[in-house]
Design a binder for this molecule. Structure first.
Ligand SMILES: Cc1cc2nc3c(=O)[nH]c(=O)nc-3n(C[C@H](O)[C@H](O)[C@H](O)COP(=O)(O)OP(=O)(O)OC[C@H]3O[C@@H](n4cnc5c(N)ncnc54)[C@H](O)[C@@H]3O)c2cc1C
Length: 282
């Protein structure tokens, strides 16, 4: 079985700062981590490798320092790693990112057929959840989003059954391979890296592909040129001025306190009083 897991290196959100002048995210000096959502995707892929054998390739499009994130995934047990890195990819939005990743997965598929592609549900920085669906569309693969459990894989019949979290419950989806799965956070627990895998990860070559090696056919579809979305401004929400009104309530006067609060609210929102009376008398 050959599985590709797309992982993104992201700034550790706990330490993110916005540049006061350019309004962009300051990445210098901010520790970079593997996008937490992608670890659930990686763990699920490794569990399938444990069951069926085969290969788990981790793939990232990013600057040269993203190699570190790929080595982290190798230390958890991924078989091999590919970093798609080229200045031409800089400034990519989700459309351009999905094009670059899909092109690279096609090249990987020429080496060894790809049965499944995993992505995380979303990233903690761009947070759009658009890349997974974009890659599936470009590769013509079945798209299974918000997957919480892999129920069954039949490699001979090329079939796959998964549970997907949906509004109001869980859906059981029965489909064919190859498919792309966006894995839901909390759907499994990341294993600990073994000493062997950590040593292997330190030695294992991470292949670096530039735009040619990644099979990019249309240069107008990558990087800033290929990105219709421009992030014009990144800014922190303005902290709210009004403070919560905390009142100590003894049992005896709960009614009074409620009435006072209602009075305050109705003074601030006069129409609300009519609406409430209307509804209560309906
Ligand atoms: C604050 C901020 C806001 C942004 N807003 C937008 C926006 O509104 N629209 C837009 O088009 N772009 C936006 N971008 C750019 C966007 O982050 C990049 O295009 C990015 O490469 C992919 O989008 P995402 O982070 O939303 O990924 P998502 O679609 O949330 O990622 C889903 C999954 O795809 C995989 N994946 C994503 N990126 C990579 C990668 N580089 N390499 C390998 N796997 C990957 C991971 O498995 C990930 O879990 C924004 C960036 C920032 C920092």
């Amino acid at each position: 079985m050959h599985i590709v897991v797309c992982i993104k290196q992201v700034p550790d959100s706990a330490q993110i700062r916005v540049h006061p002048v350019t309004n962009t995210i300051m990445r210098q000096g901010v520790p970079a981590i593997v996008n937490p959502y992608d670890l659930f995707a990686l763990e699920e892929a490794l569990r399938l490798k444990d069951r069926f054998g085969g290969r788990v390739t981790v793939l990232c499009m990013g600057p040269p320092q993203a190699e570190e994130a790929l080595r982290k995934c190798l230390s958890f047990g991924a078989t091999d790693a590919i970093l798609v890195t080229d200045r031409a990819f800089a400034g990519a939005d989700t459309l351009a990112t999905s094009y670059a990743l899909a092109s690279a997965i096609k090249v990987i598929g020429q080496e060894q057929h790809v049965d499944l592609v995993f992505t995380g549900k979303q990233t903690i920085d761009g947070d759009t959840a658009q890349v997974g669906p974009g890659v599936a569309k470009r590769l013509g693969m079945n798209l299974l989003t918000y997957v919480s459990r892999i129920v069954e894989v039949d490699l001979d019949a090329r079939r796959l059954k998964v549970e997907r979290r949906a509004e109001g419950g869980v859906q059981l989806l029965d489909t064919t391979l190859p498919s792309l799965i966006t894995m839901l956070e909390g759907s499994n627990e990341m294993r600990f890296a073994t000493m062997d895998d950590m040593l292997r990860a330190a030695r294992c070559p991470v292949r670096k592909w530039n735009k040619e090696q990644a099979g990019i056919e249309d240069l107008t579809k990558i990087g800033l040129k290929g990105s219709p979305t421009i992030v014009s401004k990144v800014f922190g929400p303005t902290p709210r001025s009004e403070k919560a009104d905390v009142q100590a309530v003894a049992d005896s006067n709960v009614n009074d306190v409620c009435l006072n609060l209602l009075e305050k609210i109705f003074t601030q929102h006069p129409t609300l009083e009519e609406e409430t009376i209307e509804r209560l008398s309906a």
